[in-house]
Design a binder for this molecule. Sequence first.
Ligand code: MN
Length: 172
Amino acid sequence: MPLKEYRKKRRFSATSEPKGKVSRKKPRQLVFVIQKHQAKRLHWDLRLEDEGVLKSWAVTNEPSLDPKIRRLAVQVEDHPLEYGGFHGTIPKGEYGAGKVEIWDQGTYTSGHPLSAEIERGVIEVVLNGKKLRGRFVLVRFRIESNKAQWLFFKKKPKPTAIRIGRGLNKAA
Ligand code: MN
């Protein structure tokens, strides 16, 4: 039940977030979305479509196009696909209370099924958004109180040529 935790945390009588369901449609293109969420603590929710839901991470700072800037991304519960279109204000007293706006959205591709990469702890995707474009990486580095912590960053472009000086380190 991929959305069990999502639903358990929310009162749909009080919030306008979608109750949602696992999509059975075969996607033509996989989508991603990043929602800027002004909750108790401001964060950016990164969501990647996989198997009819949105795999989700709370990124603690604004994502960057600079490969040197690595953002902490705490994996959170799967969200329904419809959540990708959600923006608005979650009422006070409700889970995640505060303003949600769509910060970026688009499609993505990955070389392997996302679920396999999540299992492995290394995800590489090409994002095709308005703000974020190009190859991005998520690397799981620890699990703390049952929550997987990942680093999210732009992959450094491959240098066009690397030449290692032969003989430089040869002992005399
Ligand atoms: Mn959030």
